[in-house]
Design a protein around this ligand. Structure first.
Ligand code: NAD
Length: 359
């Protein structure tokens, strides 16, 4: 079978995880082109693979590309995904799917019209602990899940924001700690619980990042249709990136994650599910441990969907549902009250400040 011809757009921080994954999956894919507006970054990414490089979308169109990986600032996810699908490429974009629900809908429409596959990266779903605990929850091992909680306390100092023209801005990142860091916890709670949201009541704050306009902390109560109440706390002004904590409390027991290590308690006995994913050769020493090592698993899953023309596991609708929780917290904070789904999404220009009514 011939290899899929792939390309990457955006060769910034996260691209190290892709370089490692492409090396690991070289039996399945061949990197044809790397693109970044910073030509040096594109060159540095492409050269070890013997691939072409460029600075704009037109450089991609010169090649025949099967799959495009988008590793771009959030405001570019929707327009670039739509353009790439219209140019005949399947697209796997980094999280979040987009900055607004309307943008996600435009992406879904383009995927339908072009017949191209569209996926969203949530690599932490592919951790063994997540897969096992999700199955146990859904098989009823813990009885009815009454409550869930996620607790993220990470560190994003000014040095993280200073060198970036998009991070920490409402216009280009679309928010702060929720849309960037806590999104993986929120996605895992929804995915593992296997229920959809009924209402959201939350608030966002900027307690410590005086020079930024986006939120550095957030809390919410989120009720799922199965009755489970999810309590969320996130902040990125802690002294270090300590492990996230996620827990599901059921009638018969409880389970959860401490970063990627799973645990469950049944009949008074505690069990652990260790991290099994190996760091690929020469791979991720350059990437923070909290990104995990599961990008290759999700990439392979997406390539398999393309090659066998089967549905994408984490598709645009999945990405949209997780984004909807985040945007629901923003809206609840703005309205100071409970938000029932579905709701009309808006763009923000400051904490609890709307930019336009209809993005
Ligand atoms: N899945 C994860 O765990 C994880 C971790 C980190 C980042 N991310 C996501 O990856 C994406 C990129 O984040 P990052 O931290 O690598 O950001 P970054 O700023 O380090 O990299 C973005 C790159 O895009 C390039 N770029 C900007 N505009 C461009 C354009 N028009 N055409 C081509 N290139 C352009 C920039 O020059 C930069 O090199 C975001 O969506 C982010 O949320 C995901």
């Amino acid at each position: 079978m011939s290899k899929l011809r792939i390309a990457i757009m955006g060769c910034g921080r996260i691209s190290a995880s892709y370089a490692a994954a492409f090396r690991q999956l070289q039996e399945t894919v061949q990197l044809i082109c790397a693109v970044d507006i910073d030509i040096l970054k594109a060159k540095a990414f492409a050269e070890p693979f013997g691939a072409a490089y460029g600075t704009c979308f037109e450089d991609l169109e010169k090649q025949q590309i099967d799959v495009l990986h988008l590793c771009l600032p959030h405001y570019l996810h929707a327009p670039m995904a739509v353009r790439a699908m219209q140019a005949g490429m399947h697209v796997l974009t980094e999280k979040p799917v987009a900055m607004t629900l309307q943008e996600a809908d435009q992406m879904a429409k383009a995927a339908k019209q072009t017949g191209k596959k569209l996926g969203v990266i949530f690599q932490t779903r592919y951790e063994e602990s997540v897969i096992t605990l999700r199955r146990m929850i859904q098989e009823g091992a813990f009885g009815r899940i009454l409550s869930a909680r996620s607790f993220l306390t990470w560190n994003r100092p000014y040095s993280y924001y200073e060198g970036s023209d998009w991070k920490g801005t409402w216009e280009r990142e679309g928010g702060g700690v929720l849309i960037d860091q806590a999104i993986h916890s929120i996605d895992r709670v929804r995915h593992m619980l296997g229920s959809e949201v009924e209402w959201i009541d939350g608030s966002i704050h900027n307690h410590c990042h005086d020079r930024l306009l986006v939120e550095d902390s957030a809390e919410a109560a989120i009720r799922f249709k199965n009755g489970c109440i999810y309590s969320l706390y996130a902040c990125n002004s802690y002294a270090d990136d300590v492990p996230i904590y996620l827990e599901f409390f059921g009638e018969k027991g409880r389970c959860g994650l401490r970063q990627d290590v799973g645990f469950y308690e049944l009949d008074g006995k505690m069990h652990t599910i260790p991290v099994t994913t190996q760091t690929p050769d020469g791979a991720s020493s350059a990437t923070p441990s909290y990104w995990g090592e599961s990008h290759p698993k999700q990439l392979l899953d997406f390539y398999t969907s393309v090659l066998s023309d089967t549905p994408v596991a984490v598709d645009v609708e999945e990405g949209r549902r997780t984004l909807e929780i985040i945007k629901g917290i923003y809206l609840s904070s703005l309205k100071r009250g409970r938000i029932y789904l579905p709701f009309e999404d808006v763009k923000y220009c400051g904490l609890n400040q709307i930019q336009t009514q209809t993005p």
